[in-house]
Design a protein around this ligand. Structure first.
Ligand code: FE2
Length: 386
């Protein structure tokens, strides 16, 4: 099997690495970035630190700080107009997955024109746009290293997956110190998203030896540190491990794929505005139980990598421990069911056929070890609702 591996050209990783931002731009020959962020980061002091660094290096910049959670085509179009009119040579995204995904989509539209939905998977993106330096403030979506962006179509509420080299940042600046102030819920949700990336990257039909090592490394880091990062926000060792786990999980799934959990998670996010990591976590234990028979050994490896099964333990026993741990993690990190989150049972039931068709249409379920039918997806949605 021949694997194609896409990663940023440059990655700068470590506590305090935000200070390297001007040097990174200069090394890449870039001198006039549009900084893309959200109102929270703009008011948190993190944006001011970044722009002060740019000022002291004499780099001219402007800010677009109107990105939203679950970024929409409307916001991307506004950002693209600002990008086109300002004569910028690059983008610097600072924030969670939403800001980074917005900047990626702006770059795609700036170079190719048209509407975002023209580029949704499996469409190809003809041209690579202005380069992006991605600085994550969560640990995380891994978007700083992936060749994906997810944008919600304002007209249809569909969460569209857009993929290609044009969506991969030129550089990633990964500074775990930016996550020290993340609140508990965000730490838990984004950490569970990373864990889902690592597991799905490893069990995917498109996994290969290059992604396997990254995925197992990510699982090991995240599973051992997620509870501490939630309980002790200032614990630097736990924050560093979670950030490394999130970025390596991103490299893993960007080069293999995500699977059924992400396929089913996007419609829950789109229709009911459940945060992405939370909707993954609602699904992860049940989808894993559904998928295990098709990839027993791979799931047993996940249990071993996460440290919940012994290296020499049989695969059946290891997988039982994995399922146990995923359910316990949801309990410990207070992940609600869709019902407990407040999703109306009637509306949920009514939307299930459309959600199943959008899940299948995204292509992600086809990478799952056990490929579900549309009816099975509907049944799984019912099973997790509770
Ligand atoms: Fe994700």
């Amino acid at each position: 099997m021949v694997a194609t591996v896409t990663t940023p050209r440059l990655m700068v990783v470590g506590g305090g690495s935000l200070a390297e931002l001007p040097a990174i731009l200069q090394r890449l020959g870039l001198g006039h970035p549009l900084v893309v962020t959200d109102p929270y980061i703009a008011g948190s002091g993190i944006l001011d630190r970044a722009t002060a660094l740019l000022n002291s290096a004499g780099i001219r910049w402007s800010v677009f700080s109107d990105t939203v959670p679950d970024p929409t085509t409307a916001v991307v179009e506004t950002g693209t107009r600002i990008l086109a009119e300002g004569g910028f040579d690059s983008l610097v995204a600072i924030g969670g997955g939403s800001s980074i995904d917005t900047a990626k989509a702006m770059s795609v539209l700036a170079a190719n024109g048209g509407a975002m939905r023209e580029y949704k998977v499996p469409a190809e993106i003809p041209k690579t746009g202005p380069p992006l330096i991605a600085i994550p403030t969560t640990a995380g979506t891994g978007s700083e290293v992936t060749r994906f962006t997810v944008i919600t179509d304002t007209e249809t509420d569909e969460k569209m997956l857009i993929a290609g080299l044009a969506c991969c940042p030129l550089a990633a600046l990964v500074d775990y110190e930016l996550t020290l102030s993340m609140p508990l819920r965000l730490t838990a949700d984004t950490g569970l998203d990373s864990l889902t990336h690592a597991i799905e990257a490893y069990v995917s039909r498109r996994a290969h030896p290059f992604t396997d090592g990254l995925a197992k490394n990510a699982m090991s880091l995240i599973a051992r540190h997620i509870r501490t990062a939630c309980a002790e926000p200032g614990n630097r060792a736990a924050r560093e491990a979670m950030m490394l786990g999130a970025t390596t999980a991103g490299m893993a799934f960007s080069n293999s794929s995500v699977c059924l959990v992400h396929g089913m998670s996007r419609p829950i996010g789109a229709f009911f505005h459940v945060p992405h990591g939370l909707s993954n976590a609602m699904l992860l234990p049940e989808i894993t139980a559904f998928s295990v028979p098709a990839a027993l050994e791979r799931y047993a490896d996940c249990a071993r990598a996460m440290g919940v099964a012994e290296e020499d333990e049989g695969s059946q026993a290891a997988v039982a421990r994995l399922l146990d741990e995923l359910r316990r993690l949801n309990e410990d990190l207070q992940v609600p069911t869709p019902r407990a989150w407040g999703i109306d049972a009637g509306r949920y039931e009514e939307l299930l056929p459309l959600m199943a068709s959008q899940a299948l249409g995204s292509g992600s379920p086809a990478n799952n070890p056990r490929i579900p039918t549309s009816d099975e997806i509907v049944e799984l949605y019912r099973r997790v609702y509770r």
